[in-house]
Design a protein around this ligand. Structure first.
Ligand SMILES: C[S@@+](CC[C@H](N)C(=O)[O-])C[C@H]1O[C@@H](n2cnc3c(N)ncnc32)[C@H](O)[C@@H]1O
Length: 289
């Protein structure tokens, strides 16, 4: 179920004849709605670094054949990927960041603290470094810094110590146990799982998510035609801060929203994954002096 899909369509404004890029096509939920909205002649390029996601998108979007191109790649290489497809400028680019339900649901991908699996967490399985490599090879202070920086985890030091004592850790369950042992039960969060921040931090580091986002934000104005739009859905404050900063400080972009769009209570009850979603949009300005 795509998150904030009405706001995506409103701010991306897909039209017939336009060229749109879904830089995180996933299972194709947003892409499907964009392709409907720009029918009969609009085109969509869907990018994902996860071959399983592309497989799901291919199936879901098969009825639009001729109007869709799906490419495996990292959105950090946005401009090069589009150039290879002969796309010089686009009318809109969407980023729906983070992990997909598909990735969370497959225990062997190692993204979920609720399902036992290997400590993998790679979005691109061809990438050499897994979450297990980080967990088992970093020093205790490096691990603590990683948990603090990418998870904003208040118990980072204690968790790092607990992990180091139990190494080698091989499974998601072993990592959950290391976190549970480190955080006093009275301090376990009520609304989220005690291991949420640790898993988030390791996933971000394993996939170098913030570096990829920053590179893509720097490149995106170059692939937008004047008046073209970029829409980003972020799921935590680290991502959202980068987006907000890029939209405010890049002279090639004009932010379209003063405050991010948040999901309505109705959307939240239908789709809990939308809980922390924040959507921002910006427009490519005509000319930069
Ligand atoms: C939240 S899901 C997208 C869901 C999609 N919008 C839908 O409606 O089905 C995010 C997707 O982005 C992909 N992704 C994350 N970082 C990426 C990157 N740097 N380059 C390419 N794909 C990336 C993930 O593999 C995942 O499939």
């Amino acid at each position: 179920m795509p998150v904030l899909v009405d706001a995506v369509l409103r701010w991306l404004e897909p039209r017939p004849g336009g060229v749109y890029v879904d830089a995180t096509v996933g299972a194709g939920g947003h892409a499907e709605r964009i392709l409907e909205a720009c029918a009969p002649t609009g085109r969509l390029v869907g990018i994902d670094r996860d071959p399983q996601a592309l497989e799901a998108a291919r199936e879901r979007l098969s009825r639009f054949h001729g109007r869709v191109q799906l490419v495996r790649g990292n959105f950090a290489d946005l401009q090069a990927l589009l150039r290879e497809l002969g796309v010089r400028v686009a009318d809109g680019v969407l980023f729906d960041l983070g992990v997909s339900s598909l990735q969370l649901q497959h225990p062997e991908r190692g993204f979920s603290f609720q399902l036992e699996g290997p400590l993998d967490m790679r979005m691109d399985p061809a990438q050499p470094q897994t979450a297990a490599d980080l967990v088992n090879r970093l020093s205790e202070p490096e691990l603590a810094e990683l948990l603090r920086r990418y998870g904003e985890e208040p118990f980072a030091r204690r968790i790092a110590r607990s992990i180091v004592r139990r190494r080698p850790l091989r499974t998601t369950t072993e990592l959950v146990e290391a976190v549970q042992a480190a955080v006093p039960r009275s301090r376990w969060p009520r609304r989220t799982h005690v291991a949420t921040r640790t898993f988030q931090a390791l996933r971000i580091a394993t996939n170098r998510e913030l570096e990829a986002l920053q590179t893509a934000l720097d490149e995106v104005p170059e692939v937008l035609r004047p008046g073209g739009r970029v829409v980003v859905i972020a799921f935590h404050s680290l991502e959202d801060r980068l987006v907000k900063q890029a939209f405010r400080s890049d002279p090639r972009l004009r932010p379209l929203l003063r405050k991010p769009v948040r999901p309505t209570p109705e959307e939240l009850s239908a789709n809990p994954r939308a809980r922390s979603a924040r959507l921002r949009a910006a427009e490519r300005v005509e000319a930069v002096s």
